[in-house]
Design a protein around this ligand. Structure first.
Ligand code: SAM
Length: 326
């Protein structure tokens, strides 16, 4: 099994990225940030070093929240063929390859930002996971045991369509797992105060996604229904509350809150472009980010983000009854 030390080793290895200097030069830059070239404009966040560091931090936070489990799907056997959709810098795929040396792990992403030095059973490919999967040589068969997607459904034009592709390419009995943060800040009693800076930011982001691309975010709270409609059974949801800021007295919650806030601080400035779609000026966006950051440092504001995990199984037989989520 890989240890946290193992993860750090791979992170260090990331100095040798598949995106080489020449290729990096060809990537579009805007506002001092670098973006992906393949299917340019498809994904709104940058793919530069700052964003890659944010992804590393997010991976470490998520592994902390899930107590070093890479997935929660209750697979009876270790998976042999695994796909990681929108793999990013590929840390999840690399750790899976490390923990399951007999499995083949394929990571797909719009950006070639994964390390070149990886376990021999891990492969990365530049691809748009919203394309029709049928034409892909590598993934045309429906014999995957496990397909995983983390922190990406909010960026898909149509997550239900991606999930239909997933079920078509899983073998009967294979599992899908989706994980993602829902950034809307909940108070300790579960209510949502729309005047809290993070919620004002989220409100703008939701309108911008809807206005510019007809996308609905967040989509994770509804994922169970989408998975069941696609034909998954044994669909289950798990949620974890993660504090914004370091107000909790419990050291574990405090640590997670600190990392989440640093992560959010790195994420906020990447939103200028998206907020611009609904007429928010860079100055207004900057003021909103400043309010959010103040909120993370204000220990009198007790709020949580929610981390969602959904998993479900492709039925063995088409007639198998869909399971209920809980
Ligand atoms: C926030 S990052 C998450 C990366 C990784 N899954 C993780 O959890 O660390 C989102 C990733 O989704 C990728 N992405 C977004 N839309 C995509 C698409 N249509 N096809 C492939 N990758 C996509 C982006 O390039 C980016 O690397």
């Amino acid at each position: 099994m890989a240890s946290t030390q193992g993860t750090s080793d791979w992170i260090t290895e990331r100095t040798s990225m598949s995106l080489e200097t020449g290729a990096a030069d060809r990537h579009p830059w805007e506002g001092g940030r670098r973006y992906h070239t393949y299917r340019e404009g498809r994904y709104s966040l940058p793919n530069d070093e700052i964003e890659q560091q944010r992804e590393e931090l997010m991976h470490i936070l998520v592994m902390d929240i899930l107590e070093q489990q890479l997935f929660l799907a209750p697979m009876a056997e270790p998976p042999k063929k695994v796909m990681d959709l929108a793999t990013g810098i590929g840390l999840w795929a690399i750790e899976m390859g490390d923990r399951f040396p007999d499995a083949d792990i394929l990571g797909l992403d719009l950006s070639p930002i994964q390390p070149t030095s990886v376990p021999p059973n891990v492969t990365f490919q530049v691809d748009d996971v919203e394309d029709t999967w049928a034409w892909r040589v590598q993934v045309h068969d429906n014999d995957y045991d496990f397909i995983h997607m983390r922190e990406a459904s909010a960026y898909m034009r149509s997550t239900p369509t991606v999930i239909e592709s997933v079920i078509a390419h899983l073998k009967p009995g294979g599992w899908l797992e989706l994980q993602e943060f829902h950034w809307l800040a909940e108070k300790e009693d579960g209510t949502i105060d729309p005047s809290i800076p993070v919620n004002r930011y989220m409100d703008h982001m939701m309108s911008a996604a809807e206005t510019s691309e007809g996308r609905k975010i967040p989509i994770l709270p509804e994922m169970g229904d989408i998975m069941k409609q696609a034909g998954f059974v044994d669909v289950r949801k798990k949620t974890y509350r993660v504090p914004y800021g370091t107000w909790p007295t419990d050291p574990v919650a405090r640590r997670r809150g600190a990392v989440l806030s640093v992560n959010a601080e790195l994420l906020l400035p990447t939103s200028d472009k998206v907020l611009g779609y609904i007429g928010v000026t860079p100055e207004q966006a900057e003021a909103l980010y400043t309010d959010c950051i103040k909120m993370f440092h204000d220990s009198s504001i007790h709020c949580f983000a929610t981390y969602y995990v959904w998993y479900g199984r492709k039925p063995e037989e088409p007639a198998e009854n869909p399971g209920a989520d809980r």
